[in-house]
Design a protein around this ligand. Structure first.
Ligand SMILES: [Fe+2]
Length: 466
């Protein structure tokens, strides 16, 4: 009898517990107890442990390597250790290099950014390094110095990441890295984030590549979203590059002399036979044109690739950038720049031979007809987007290949006299591909690798294409 009563009590208690769990699940479903969003200030709070570790170059990629990382402000004597990598980590014989530390106040609070530049490195050598404060260390990362000679390599180019970076950009970055895990570096043509002064945005941007930024360097150009007004409320207020930019990216200071605004936003790096030139299309464009002419006139590299944010050929008629085109294009033409990599228009568009579609008098930019691809020059212009924000194409007859609503990354492989360019979608589908071939005394040969798009030649009287 007693046993039967206990069994009944136990049964009733179990039913009560299950009923109570059911009602609490139901209450949650009905929104009585919604989970709270974990605050950005906590998600992105710095700690004594290094985070946001990122490789960049300040000097020659064959003999130097800069690394920057972040900690909380308790870390004072930050250092890096470096050694030639070997098969047995415990046998590394590192040397220690002291960091330069910058106190940085973001909208989420204070942090320390630490930078070390490793110098006197051997070319084409795999190094192991770690960063820390002698008590709290990162893991050992690897990087490889550049070869002194032209040597085949690839790099990954991204248009605007900018929005919902954790949610939607991370998969693009990771597909790109899976496609080209031995890439020498990643190149970012501006609008890395949507608000260059928001620490949460940068936290997401560093979160997507994670350890990859500590292993292959980053080569960034600033977009308009990296520029913010000093005083947000005042019309026409001075705009300056994101306060994060210089503390977190240690970039070459070889831009236009005496133009303080573009220090570390306009620069060049020579890598295994290619001169990479980053321009800051946001401001001081005239001074950069003069500097660019000098950098191109005195260029021992076989290939020249220029990157900046605002395209000088746009896939949208209402975004035509005539002033910048008139300013910079003559210099690109004069020195037959091989490739111009841009972003800003949140679409894909790539120049090439559209002669079969072009009619005499056709207008494809507001300022009048200009053929973006001129076979007597050979420069190829690209607009791309890697993040999820998308615009319309309502122009762009100059492009042989274009896309709307498609997140993309690009793999560029340079091998002697050949440069192979591939645009791939977020699901790693090949979307565009061409080869440039160097020819003695002639402009590059442009070889299309995919069948031509099925597009109509513009119809009707000469005038703005519909
Ligand atoms: Fe953008």
């Amino acid at each position: 009898m007693i046993r039967a009563t206990r069994t009944l009590v136990c049964f009733l208690a179990t039913v009560a517990v299950l009923a109570s769990a059911d009602s609490s699940i139901e209450a949650n479903r009905q929104g009585d107890k919604q989970p709270a969003v974990y605050p950005g200030a906590l998600v992105h709070a710095p700690r004594p442990l290094p985070d946001r570790v990122v490789l960049t170059w300040r000097g020659d990629p064959a003999s130097t390597q800069a690394v920057t990382w972040r900690t909380d402000t308790s870390v004072e004597g930050a250092v890096a250790e470096i050694a030639v990598a070997n098969e047995s980590g415990r046998d590394l014989e590192p040397r220690t290099v002291s960091a330069t530390t910058t106190l940085f106040e973001s909208d989420l609070g204070a942090a320390h950014y630490h930078t070390v530049e490793f110098v006197d490195l051997q070319p084409d050598t795999l190094y192991a390094y770690r960063v820390g404060d002698r008590a709290n260390w990162s893991e050992w990362y690897h990087f490889r110095t550049a070869s002194r000679e032209p040597h085949p390599f690839s790099f990954i180019y991204f248009g605007d990441a900018q929005n919902e970076i954790k949610t939607h950009w991370s998969r693009v970055f990771r597909e790109a890295f899976r496609e080209s895990p031995r890439a020498a570096f990643t190149l970012h043509a501006g609008d890395l984030v949507n608000d260059g002064n928001r620490d949460e945005a940068w936290g997401e941007w560093f979160g997507a590549p994670a350890w990859v930024n500590a292993t292959i360097p980053v080569l960034p150009a600033p977009g308009n979203h990296e520029y913010r007004k000093v005083d947000e409320k005042t019309e026409g207020a001075l705009r300056l590059v994101s306060r994060h930019w210089r503390p977190q990216f240690a970039l070459p200071e070889n831009g236009p002399a005496g133009v303080a605004e573009v220090v570390e936003t306009a620069y060049y790096v020579d890598y295994q036979g290619v001169r990479f030139i980053a321009l800051d299309s946001n401001l001081r464009q005239e001074e950069q044109r003069d500097w660019l002419r000098g950098v191109l006139a005195d260029n021992p590299q076989r290939w020249t690739i220029v990157t900046f944010h605002h395209p000088i050929f746009s896939p949208a008629r209402d975004r035509d950038n005539k002033a910048l085109r008139e300013l910079w294009k003559p210099v690109f033409d004069e020195f037959k720049v091989d490739l111009v990599l841009t972003g800003h228009d949140h679409t894909y568009a790539r120049s090439g031979d559209v002669s079969s579609r072009v009619r005499v008098g056709m207008v494809n930019v507001k300022s009048g007809y200009q053929q973006a691809y001129d076979p007597s020059i050979g420069t190829v212009y690209v607009v791309s987007v890697s993040g999820p924000k998308m615009y319309d194409i309502n122009g762009g007859d100059w492009a042989v290949r274009a896309a709307e609503d498609t997140q993309l990354f690009q793999i560029v492989r340079v091998n002697g006299d050949e440069l192979r360019f591939e645009a791939r979608t977020a699901v790693n589908r090949l979307y565009d591909a061409f080869t440039l071939k160097k020819r003695a005394g002639q402009p590059n040969e442009l070889i299309e690798l995919l069948p031509a798009e099925r597009r109509r030649a513009p119809a009707g009287p000469a005038g703005p294409s519909k």
